[in-house]
Design a protein. Structure first.
Lengths: 280, 434
């Protein structure tokens, strides 16, 4: 169970020592350079081949369906009893960047958000840490819908393919349980930059319950992953989608601070309304 | 009207490019050079055998008034020669070519170079779709030599702004003429497809036909700068294996992959470093710049794989025949220049030559047709000969022996009975049994 969970969801936030500089960034592909590629290249994206069951990103329909039927369904309905509000605020088509607060030790949040949106649209998960070094894990995450948060990848997904991307912009290592729901500053600014250059709306998402579901007991520096409960705890998960933010320019860091404050505010409000960790 | 010089004309790609361009009235002179005899039959292309490291190239270019040079000579296949020789061929050969193009008395205004996606190298943390301006990270000798070659070409472009230098980068070539294939094509020939445990790389490929098509496109149109020529559709290795109906065998361990590959090499299995890195990290290219310039690919990656599957099933029938064409300098000279030859048209024995270049253009224009003939892998499994596109079949006919021909004819009559195929079969049989 623990293993499936870890792999099924796809964020880097679970990683205690994610350094913002971790994915080697191509100097040629910085978002400042990206708009130089002419927009009309969008017309030349490869067409759909209906016989294929794998996308060009390596995402496998078969793996996704298998996970959906076995793991996601059970977790969503019975284990976490997810309640989502504001789903209709996610744009039905066109690009969108969803930014959520980090989950606890295991990246559960991403799959639960994706599951709550499944009737609306497909999500790609931006992983802010490269997992190339881990055999099997990287392959599995890619098949389950993860895409490395390289500026060029984000730009292609948001601008060219007009897809929806979910990212976790908090920096630093996973918080221990005593600091839960105190958001760190947003350090993965490449997510926000990509949304701005693609003129994509940013949809903030506040998630309550994930930090109790997989509490981080300790995150010593020498360990690459934080020590966490081996199985996710059956905490009640509440997802609140906030109003989309449309920006096309302005200071990225100010916007990041604003978004962080917005999600923090909503988390405080949801925490105050919560009566029980397990029943909600 | 252009006058073009093609290097590497005796290789699978260069020969086909020459055959396509000699049919184009927009090229009034087509001159092919190489170090070996050509393996393709030419109607109009004049072949000159040169050693690239010597000086005759600049004399040919000056004497023939060449204005377009198409260089298909770069090597990116690690198994085709020792690394040192590949390096020498790539870097010294290109330096020689550039010097010839830049000489005083030449009028070369366009230089088209067939380069390789090996330029980018393999590695972690790279964009999922490499664009033309992604910074290369070469690791191996071949990758570095390709990069050094391109640097020379860029410098040439900077020094001679009136010359248009276009660099077309091709990923692994699959399908079509097996001699053109790279390391990946060789891998896909194996009875099982080896893999690195725990990795399923995304791989860029291009069909042999599209390599020829892209170079012809670059010769006909004014392209400038670098272009990625990679077929639409990025397949994962597991997807390729299932399209070929083969088993994926994770034979290489994820830790100590290089060491394991070295042991395999000791056992005689050919596993070059580039291929091992490719199987681990994969690589995909963004081909939209080339498509935006007006080029249409004939095959998607998936269609190329479906065709390979059909060819692999047909292979036992094909191994019997040898090479159908042999270069005879005296005969070629007689056919081209003797006043006794009527019309200076195609050589008398040129039926095969007609069908071959016809194929390249037909294949380009018949993208739709080949897509319909190579549809589902299930269908390909039941009737492999049917799934091979008509053009490919016609091309293969000359390499069959008599018995294979008769067998194929009875098969074709019983199944799809395509008139063009039957006609070519009849012609070939008639030629052989005088």
């Amino acid at each position: 169970m623990e293993a499936t969970d870890r792999t099924a969801s796809s964020e880097a936030p679970a990683d205690p020592q994610a350094r913002p500089a971790d994915p080697p960034v191509d100097p040629q592909a910085r978002p400042t350079d990206l708009p130089a590629r002419p927009a009309d290249l969008r017309a030349h994206l490869p067409g759909l081949e209906p016989d294929r069951r794998v996308t060009d990103w390596g995402r496998s329909e078969l793996v996704e369906q298998a996970l959906e039927r076995t793991v996601y369904d059970f977790l969503y309905h019975y284990w976490f009893r997810v309640q989502a509000e504001g789903i209709e605020k996610v744009p039905e088509d066109g690009p969108a960047l969803l930014l959520a607060n980090r989950a606890g030790g295991l990246p559960i949040t991403a799959t639960m958000i994706a599951k709550s949106l499944r009737h609306r649209r497909r999500l790609h998960f931006a992983t802010t840490r490269s997992l190339d070094a881990v055999p099997g894990l990287d392959m599995f995450l890619t098949k389950a819908g993860a895409v490395p948060a390289h500026p060029a990848n984000l730009h292609r997904l948001l601008f060219d393919e007009r897809e929806a991307v979910l990212g976790f912009p908090e920096g630093g290592s996973a918080r221990p349980l005593r600091d839960r729901y105190r958001l760190k500053s947003f350090e993965h600014l490449e997510l926000i930059r990509a949304a701005l250059s693609a003129r994509a709306p940013i949809v903030p998402v506040a998630v309550l319950g994930a930090e109790e579901a997989s509490p981080v007991l300790a995150s010593p520096r020498w360990l690459r992953l934080s020590a966490t409960a081996p199985l996710p705890m059956p905490a009640k998960i509440r997802i609140r989608v906030l109003d989309p933010v449309w920006r096309t320019g302005g200071d990225v860091e100010t916007l990041a601070a604003d978004l962080r404050a917005l999600i923090q505010e909503n988390l405080v409000e949801m925490l105050a309304a919560r009566r029980s960790v397990w029943l909600g | 009207v252009r006058r073009i010089l093609i290097t590497g004309v005796s290789a699978a790609v260069g020969g086909r490019v020459a055959q396509a361009l000699e049919r184009d009235p927009g090229f009034e002179a087509v001159i092919g050079v190489d170090t070996d005899d050509p393996r393709h039959e030419f109607r109009r292309t004049e072949f000159v055998r040169v050693a690239l490291e010597r000086r005759p190239l600049s004399r040919i270019i000056a004497a023939a008034g060449i204005d377009t040079v198409l260089d298909t000579r770069l090597i990116d296949h690690p198994l085709s020669a020792p690394a040192k020789r590949i390096e020498a061929a790539n870097e010294a050969g290109t330096a020689e070519l550039i010097a010839a193009c830049a000489a005083q008395d030449t009028a070369v205004t366009r230089l088209i170079v067939k380069s390789s996606a090996a330029y980018y190298g393999h590695g972690p943390g790279r964009p999922a779709f490499l664009t033309e301006d992604t910074t290369p990270q070469p690791r191996t000798a071949i990758e570095r030599s390709i990069q050094a070659t391109e640097r020379m070409l860029r410098e040439h472009q900077a020094r001679h702004p009136q010359t248009k230098v276009s660099i077309i980068r091709f990923p692994d070539v699959i399908g079509g003429d097996s001699r053109a294939g790279g390391a990946l094509a060789g891998l896909l020939q194996l009875p099982v497809v080896p893999a690195v445990l725990g990795f399923d790389p995304r791989l860029a490929t291009i069909h042999h036909e599209d390599v020829v098509g892209a170079l012809v496109h670059a010769a006909r149109h004014d392209l400038q700068g670098a272009y990625n020529a990679s077929a639409d559709g990025v397949l994962t290795l597991s997807e390729m294996a299932s399209l070929l109906g083969k088993t994926l065998l994770p034979i290489l361990p994820p830790v100590g992959t290089g060491f394991a590959a070295a042991q395999l090499r000791r056992l005689g299995l050919r596993a070059p470093v580039e291929l091992v890195r490719q199987l681990r990290h994969g690589r995909a290219l963004d081909n939209r710049r080339l498509k935006a310039s007006g080029f249409a690919f004939a095959y998607t990656s998936r269609e190329a794989l479906v065709q390979i599957r059909a060819q692999q099933q047909l292979r036992p029938l094909l191994t019997a025949g040898g090479e159908s064409y042999r270069y005879e300098p005296d005969l070629e000279e007689f056919l081209r220049w003797s006043p006794s030859v009527r019309g200076h048209g195609p050589p008398a024995a040129g039926q095969a030559a007609q069908s071959q270049p016809a194929q390249s253009e037909a294949a380009l224009s018949q993208a739709a047709a080949s897509q319909t003939t190579t549809t589902s892998p299930g269908q390909a499994a039941t009737s492999s000969n049917d799934a091979i596109s008509q053009d490919d079949l016609v091309e293969l006919i000359d390499s069959l022996d008599d018995e294979g021909l008769r067998e194929l004819r009875s098969y074709e009559e019983a199944h799809r009975a395509r008139p063009a195929v039957l006609e070519a079969l009849g012609r070939s049989l008639a030629r052989r049994t005088p």
